[in-house]
Write a protein that binds this ligand. Structure first.
Ligand code: PBG
Ligand code: ZN
Length: 329
């Protein structure tokens, strides 16, 4: 059958009809809200590069999380932004570190919230590198040892899931072994299995104050993050990480990589997360505030496209705003 018997417009004619036949549905259940933690108390300071996002001290972080929970958000991912950094970033492994302190406080008040901690060193090293940087290269295997130490300190604090983001070879297996060895059998690993060397991370690097020399420099991480022109390599990376014990895999960025979100989610049977990164968020927000685009419509459209592509989980700075939109409907 074809036109005139078939008229696809029938199913688009009313909002009720469109709602009934919609193929994929975005829900707050799949959203993870990223949060940035700084030292001090009573701090909630706007992040210039991420309009609508803030640096929080732990006390006000809890206030923000109360709002998120009331809006139906069930998961957060934490990033520490310390004042003091060191050469290898070992400040990230302290039992009383920023993220560790935040996890204890959050779990005390919101035991059911799924708390994820980003696991890398670039927020903690003076040079902004993702691990031990020697003679101009990132030392893979020494970084692995340090990742295990950081993972255990997060486990002790009560984290639900660690999210290693450095694209270090063997990171998932190494972290699994460290966690299990320390008795943290139930801490999950959400691996940034497919992370491209992308310019879409620019606003995040401002927000965590990684070395200014590195901030906008895609090349600086090209020795470990993936070439944006590759897609078969993405499958190789997720398969490798799942063999090593990844519970969830992340594709990052999301919007310019929906082909990868799609192929990864079809290739694997663990949940696939899409990371709607800082540049994707900030460009939409800035486009909205300059009157060029409707930022709220673009938010819904872009999050929906990730869902349609096959993302089971979406990590997004839009999490709160999207949840507010749902509530006001
Ligand atoms: C590394 C990390 C980065 C992001 C998440 N984890 C930055 C990087 O790889 O340079 C980027 C997130 C974003 O741009 O929103 N700890
Ligand atoms: Zn890093």
């Amino acid at each position: 059958m074809s036109f005139p018997e078939v008229r696809p417009r029938r199913l688009r004619a009313t909002s009720g009809m469109r709602r009934l036949v919609q193929e994929s549905r975005l829900s707050v259940d799949c959203l993870v809200a990223p949060l940035f933690i700084v030292p001090g108390t009573a701090v909630k300071s706007p992040i210039d590069s991420l309009p609508g996002q803030f640096h929080f001290s732990v006390d006000l972080l809890l206030v923000e999380i109360r709002e998120l929970v009331d809006l139906g958000i069930g998961s957060v991912i934490l990033f520490g932004v310390p004042d003091l950094k060191d050469e290898e970033g070992m400040v990230a492994c302290k039992d009383d570190g920023l993220v560790q302190t935040a996890i204890r406080a959050i779990k005390g008040e919101f035991p059911d919230l799924v708390v994820i901690a980003d696991l890398c060193f670039c927020e903690y090293t003076t040079n902004g590198q993702c691990g031990v940087f020697l003679d101009g290269v990132l030392d893979n295997d020494r970084t692995l040892e340090n990742l295990g130490i950081q993972a255990i300190s997060l486990g002790k604090a009560g984290v639900d899931i660690v999210a290693p983001s450095g694209m270090i070879d063997g990171m998932v297996g190494g972290i699994r072994q460290s966690l299990d060895g320390a008795g943290f059998l139930s801490v999950g690993i959400m691996s940034y299995a497919v992370k491209y060397a992308s310019a879409w991370y620019g606003p995040f690097r401002e927000a965590v104050r990684s070395d200014p020399a590195l901030s906008a420099d895609v090349g600086a991480r090209s020795g470990h993050q993936m070439n944006v022109c590759n897609s078969k390599e993405a499958i190789r990376e997720v398969v490798e990480d799942i063999e090593q014990g990844a519970d969830i895999v992340i594709v990052k960025p999301a919007l310019a990589f929906l082909d990868i979100v799609s192929s990864v989610s079809q290739a694997v049977s663990v949940p696939t997360a899409a990371y709607n990164v800082s540049g994707e968020y900030s460009l939409i927000k800035l486009g909205g505030s300059s009157g060029l685009v409707d930022s709220q419509a673009l938010m819904v459209e872009s999050l929906s496209s990730m869902k349609r592509a096959g993302a089971d989980i979406i990590i997004s700075y839009f999490a709160k705003e999207y949840a507010q939109t749902c509530l006001s409907k």
